[in-house]
Write a protein that binds this ligand. Structure first.
Ligand SMILES: Cc1cc2nc3c(=O)[nH]c(=O)nc-3n(C[C@H](O)[C@H](O)[C@H](O)COP(=O)(O)OP(=O)(O)OC[C@H]3O[C@@H](n4cnc5c(N)ncnc54)[C@H](O)[C@@H]3O)c2cc1C
Length: 391
C-alpha cells in the first residue's frame, strides 16, 4: 500500500522481499476466501480493534471498509459482501487481486527485488540485505518497513526483524499469539472421537464477551471461528492466571428453566443420554462436551443439568504455539512511532502492517488495518520528502 501511494505520486520505489515471491501470507489468507474488510459504521468498525491509541484509529478511520472497496474496484475487482457483513473480492480469491495489484505497481515503475532479506542497518545507516548476489546495501531517501508479525514463518513472517530493531534501540513489544487455537486436556474418548469435529449453534463467552459462531474441536484443544473472536481475552486470562475458562451455552435458544422443564418431563426410566437426545436433541459432539466438562452425577438432576448445559466451563490450559497463530499481537511499540508511523529513533524510516503493536479479530479487520497503516506510512514518506526538499 505504501508503494501504491508513493508510485501514484510519481516517487520511485524499490520493494525488497525475502521470499522468492510476493504476498505469500496474503495468498494464504485468501485460501478459503479473502476476507479483506467488514461493513459497519466507522465507530463500530474501529471498536473491533484491541488498540485504541490515537494515530491507529485516525489511519484506519481514514481507510476503512468503503475505501478498501473503492480501492479494489480501482483494480477491476468488485467487492462481495457475505451474509455476516464480511467483505471479499467477488472472485473470493486473493491471487487475481494480488496479480492486478503487482501489475499496477510494475506499470508505475515499482521494482520488486525478491530473495532480498533485510539483515539490519549497516554502519552509517544504510539498509543491509542478504541477496542472491551476496551482501547488498542501499541508502534510500526514505524507508517503509512492512515485515509482518511473528507467525507462519514458512510464508516469510518470521519476526526476526524484532531483534534488529531492539538492537537499534527501538521499543518492540513481545509477540503474542492472536486469533489462535487453545489447548485443552481432553479425555482420550473426546480426542479420539471428536478431533476435527465442527461445533455449531453453541454460544461461547469469555470475560463478558459473547459470540455464536462455529468453532472446531482439535486433538489438542479448540480453534477457529468463535474461539478466534474471543482469543484476545482468553490469551490475556492465560497470561495472568495460567489457564482460562471458555463458557459454552449448548442450547442458546432455550432458557435454563425451559431446559430443566423438558428434562423433568422426560421419563425417568430413560438413560441420561436418551433424555438429552429426546428432550433436548443434545447429541454427538455437544453431548460429549457436556459429559467432558460437567459433573456426571449432577446431570441426573434436571435443574443442575440445565445449569451445566447453559453455562458449561471448558478449561483452556494454554495457547497453541505462536507460529500457528493467524496473527500476532505485539510488535513495534506505539511510543516508538510518531503520528505518521515514522520511527522516532530513525527519521525517514516508517513502519506499517502487522509488525506494529495493534491487535484485531479476524473478519477482515487485520488486512484492512495493514492496508490503512501502509497507506499512512506512504503518505508520511511523501510529507517527509517534501520537508527534506524544503530544507
Ligand atoms: C491462514 C491465515 C488466514 C488469514 N485470513 C485472513 C483474513 O481472511 N482476513 C484478514 O484480514 N487477515 C487474515 N489473515 C491475516 C493477514 O494475512 C495478515 O494480518 C497480513 O498478511 C499481514 O500483512 P503484513 O503486510 O503486515 O505482513 P505479511 O503479510 O506477514 O508480510 C510481511 C512480508 O515481509 C517479508 N519479510 C519479513 N522479514 C523480512 C526481511 N527481514 N527482509 C525482507 N522481507 C521480509 C515476508 O516474507 C512477508 O512477505 C490470515 C492469516 C493467516 C495465516
Amino acid at each position: 500500500m505504501a508503494a501504491d501511494v508513493l508510485s501514484e505520486a510519481g516517487v520511485g520505489v524499490d520493494v525488497y522481499e525475502a521470499m522468492p515471491s510476493a504476498g505469500r501470507k496474503f495468498l494464504m489468507a485468501g485460501k478459503s476466501g479473502l476476507n479483506i474488510s467488514h461493513i459497519g459504521s466507522t465507530h463500530d468498525f474501529l471498536m473491533r480493534y484491541h488498540d485504541h491509541s490515537g494515530p491507529f484509529h485516525d489511519h484506519v478511520g481514514a481507510f476503512g471498509p468503503d475505501e478498501v472497496t473503492a480501492w479494489m474496484e480501482g483494480l477491476g475487482m468488485p467487492a462481495h459482501v457475505g451474509p455476516t457483513g464480511r467483505i471479499f473480492p467477488e472472485s473470493m480469491k486473493a491471487s487475481p487481486l494480488l496479480r492486478a495489484w503487482l501489475r499496477r505497481l510494475a506499470d508505475r515503475g515499482v521494482r520488486l527485488h525478491l530473495k532480498h532479506r533485510w539483515t539490519g542497518w549497516a554502519p552509517g545507516g544504510a539498509l543491509a540485505f542478504d541477496a542472491p548476489e551476496g551482501d547488498v546495501t542501499v541508502t534510500p531517501a526514505a524507508t517503509v518497513f512492512a515485515l509482518g508479525g511473528g507467525s507462519w514463518r514458512r510464508l516469510g513472517s518470521d519476526g526476526a526483524w524484532a531483534n534488529m530493531f531492539r538492537q537499534a534501540g527501538i521499543a518492540v513489544d513481545p509477540f503474542r499469539p492472536s486469533n489462535c487455537g487453545f489447548t485443552v486436556d481432553w479425555s482420550a474418548r473426546m480426542r479420539d472421537q471428536f478431533a476435527g469435529a465442527p461445533v455449531k449453534g453453541v454460544g461461547l463467552s469469555a470475560d463478558g464477551q459473547a459470540t455464536r459462531e462455529e468453532f472446531a474441536i482439535t486433538a489438542r484443544g479448540v480453534e477457529s471461528g468463535s474461539v478466534y473472536t474471543l482469543s484476545a481475552k482468553l490469551r490475556d486470562e492465560i497470561d495472568a492466571a495460567g489457564s482460562a475458562t471458555l463458557w459454552l451455552d449448548l442450547l442458546p435458544d432455550l432458557d435454563a428453566a425451559e431446559v430443566a422443564r423438558r428434562l423433568e418431563a422426560a421419563p425417568s426410566k430413560q438413560s441420561l443420554s436418551n433424555r438429552l437426545r429426546k428432550a433436548l436433541k443434545l447429541t454427538g459432539v455437544k453431548a460429549a462436551l457436556l459429559y467432558e466438562c460437567a459433573d456426571r452425577a449432577a446431570l441426573n438432576d434436571p435443574a443442575q443439568a440445565a445449569q451445566a448445559i447453559k453455562a458449561l466451563p471448558l478449561k483452556l490450559t494454554g495457547t497453541v504455539p505462536l507460529d500457528e497463530a493467524i496473527s500476532t499481537a505485539g510488535g513495534v511499540a506505539w511510543a516508538a512511532l510518531d503520528d505518521q508511523l515514522m520511527l522516532k529513533e530513525k527519521p525517514g524510516h516508517f513502519c506499517a502492517g502487522e509488525m506494529v503493536a495493534w491487535d484485531a479479530p479476524t473478519g477482515g479487520y487485520l488486512i484492512t488495518a495493514c492496508m490503512a497503516t501502509g497507506r499512512a506510512a506512504g503518505r508520511g514518506v511523501l510529507d517527509w520528502l517534501a520537508r527534506r526538499a524544503a530544507e
